[in-house]
Write a protein that binds this ligand. Structure first.
Ligand code: TRH
Length: 393
């Protein structure tokens, strides 16, 4: 269909407001920004993103001006949201309203939703979990206690019957272009480390994690490994431990250090597309939180997840649920080794690098197979847009 006829058959674009309260770190805004871009870019929606922390946002996208109350970046309107009472510059209610991660919509906005001639499609976008119960709760409606409004719970997940996870339509093609172009990879290594790509025998590891006591032992094992390890560390919460290991005051972007078989480079925090390239350039990715955890799965390389720790160890069932999906189909010994390593990285035991390496070929193959399986449940933005459209008909 030509773009002219597409326009003709779609007289007005679907307007969507996304409300995002940043709890901490980058995952909340990371997910919301990615979703906003996909809904605008791939589904043609007119998106406004209301976010309460422009500084966190700017780290992921340098075009964001932290001083502006309202701005447009990449076709998306961004408003600095002074939650909970402030309801945006204009009290204009969109066709689709997404409250991310149970943030509370402003009272005035809910009142305006209720007054709207046609009630908007209202989603509560939840945090990702691979647990089985997620499919039972996905798309459950919840009527508002006072207004004729219905909120739908949208649950991202790793299995059938869930909302899936975000994946841009062009992601695989971009990854393939990067991975099959020696020039692109050489240029990347030159720009990030000031040197050439490492030899094929080296193992390249990206390390994005919270503070983690298990890193000390792992750094020692990498130092003593019988093969070269190239460690790429985006500046962040684990950088202090790397600095201590090398006896440096800091491990800030541009720093590099070598001990034994281990060579480490500190990288600047990049934008989100730049982070994908880091994952593609590496053989193994250590990731954390929610969004980098998803990106590592699409990178189709083995990864180790530092899950966001919750009170009362509420995160541990989520860790095991993710493992059950990801390790499914691995032979028992490789599956056990993966589980041991993930648990050790999350506070239970000491990670054993040689144990991991023994199963490397299997882990490589499984990572690629899992990326294909996960893709079969559809991408979150597409699933959400499809459901919203069915409600707007
Ligand atoms: O930063 P995170 O730990 O974020 C979150 C939040 O803490 C949130 O409150 C919590 O609930 C959630 O985790 C589970 O990890 P995450 O989700 O991986 O987000 C990091 C984002 O930063 C992701 O979008 C990738 C991006 N990123 C870059 O854009 N450039 C970089 O250089 C790096 C290292 C990451």
């Amino acid at each position: 269909m030509s773009s002219a006829s597409t326009q003709a058959s779609r007289p007005s674009r679907i307007a969507c407001d996304i409300f995002c309260a940043v709890i901490d770190n980058f995952g909340d805004i990371g997910v919301c920004w990615r979703l906003a871009r996909q809904l605008a870019g791939e589904h043609g929606w007119q998106v406004r993103l209301l976010v309460d922390d422009l500084h966190a946002f700017q780290k992921l996208n340098a075009s964001v001006d932290v001083k502006r109350a309202r701005q447009t970046v990449g076709g998306i309107v961004i408003e600095h949201w002074h939650e909970p009472a402030h309801a945006g510059d204009t009290l204009q209610v969109a066709d689709v309203v997404i409250e991310a991660f149970a943030c509370e919509l402003p009272h005035a906005y809910i009142e305006a939703m209720a007054r709207r001639e046609r009630a908007p499609v209202w989603f509560n976008l939840e945090y990702l979990s691979g647990e089985d119960w997620v499919a039972d709760f996905h798309l459950r409606p919840s009527p508002h206690p006072r207004h004729a409004l219905m909120k739908t719970f949208f649950f991202p997940g790793l299995g059938k019957g869930t909302g899936g996870v975000l994946k841009e339509g062009d992601l695989d093609a971009r990854r393939a272009a990067f991975e099959t172009s020696p020039d692109a990879r050489d240029a990347w290594w030159q720009a990030k480390t000031g040197g050439a790509s490492p030899s094929k025998d080296a193992t390249v590891i990206s390390l994005f994690a919270y503070e983690n006591p298990a890193v000390d032992s792992l750094l020692e094992q990498w130092r003593d490994a019988n093969h070269e390890i190239v460690l790429l560390v985006p500046e962040g919460r684990i950088s202090g431990a790397i600095a201590r290991f090398f006896g440096l005051p800091t491990f800030a972007a541009g720093a590099q250090a070598t001990r034994g078989s281990l060579r480490a480079h500190a990288l600047a925090f990049t934008d989100q597309p730049g982070y994908d390239e880091l994952l593609w350039a590496s053989d193994i990715n250590f990731v954390r939180g929610e969004d980098s955890f998803v990106r590592a799965q699409w990178a189709a390389k083995p990864f180790v997840w530092h899950i966001y720790p919750q009170a009362d160890d509420a995160h541990l069932p989520k860790l095991d649920a993710a493992l059950a999906h990801y390790a499914h189909g691995l032979p028992a010994d490789a599956r056990a080794a993966l589980g041991r390593f993930w648990h050790a990285w999350n506070g239970n035991g000491t990670p054993d690098w040689s144990d991991w390496q023994r199963h490397r070929a299997r882990l490589d193959a499984r990572a690629a197979a899992w990326a294909r399986e996960l893709a079969s449940i559809g991408d979150l933005a597409g699933n959400l847009a499809g459901f919203a459209k069915s409600q707007l008909k």
